[in-house]
Write a protein that binds this ligand. Structure first.
Ligand SMILES: [Cu+2]
Length: 203
């Protein structure tokens, strides 16, 4: 090993050590809980989100809503405001993508293997739910739900949800569901710990 190689390796080690040390000591806490929807067999597809987080990161990577077996998949797609959603078509027939809600969009009709993008930049009052429809197949229905930041989760069949890496602090946690409602609830997040909040949704 030459002297120069040794020096470069040593510098790399110092740089890596500095990067680790510069990180905050705690990566935040977790908000977890269960939602129960009155009169529904499944408690899935409830969007749970932190109403306001100081310094929240902007939208990350694009999200995907597929059209598969004549359905929008996932049925409910929650995204932070500013996110690009790629609507793909995995079926063997053409589909159409439009929504009559808020700023409205109509991405037209496109065939198998193709996709169209829409950027969800506008939302006056969070959350903004866009019913997702197809003009060719009236039975198709999905939802894109625009939330204010990247701290959100969508419940599973059992109604469970987990929002990871929330900075320590006091927050309001809101819920969205297509057919029922519940008021936001306060939650206090401590670094490295789970904070629990449960919701009962009714019409
Ligand atoms: Cu369709």
């Amino acid at each position: 090993m030459t002297m120069r190689t040794t020096w470069v390796l040593a510098a790399g080690v110092v740089l890596a050590a500095t990067t680790v040390a510069a990180r905050p000591p705690q990566a935040g806490g977790t908000i977890t809980g269960t939602v129960k929807v009155a009169g529904q067999a499944s408690n899935a597809d409830v969007v749970v989100y932190v109403v306001s987080v100081a310094g929240a990161k902007p939208a990350a990577a694009p999200a995907v809503m597929d059209q598969k077996n004549m359905k929008f998949v996932p049925h409910v797609l929650a995204v932070p405001v500013g996110t690009t959603v790629k609507f793909t078509n995995s079926d063997t027939v053409a589909h159409n993508v439009f929504s009559p809600d808020h700023d409205k969009y109509n991405l037209g009709t496109f065939g198998p293997g193709l996709s169209k993008d829409h950027v969800f930049t506008k939302c006056a009052t969070f959350p903004c739910a866009y019913v997702q429809l197809c003009m060719i197949h009236p039975e198709m229905e999905g939802y894109v739900v625009v939330v204010p930041n990247s701290y959100f989760a969508t419940s599973n069949d059992a109604g469970q949800f987990t929002i990871q890496g929330v900075p320590a602090g006091q927050y309001q946690v809101g819920v969205w569901y297509a057919k029922a409602k519940a008021q936001p609830k306060p939650v206090t997040v401590e670094a490295g710990k789970p904070a629990t909040v449960d919701f009962a949704l009714a019409k």
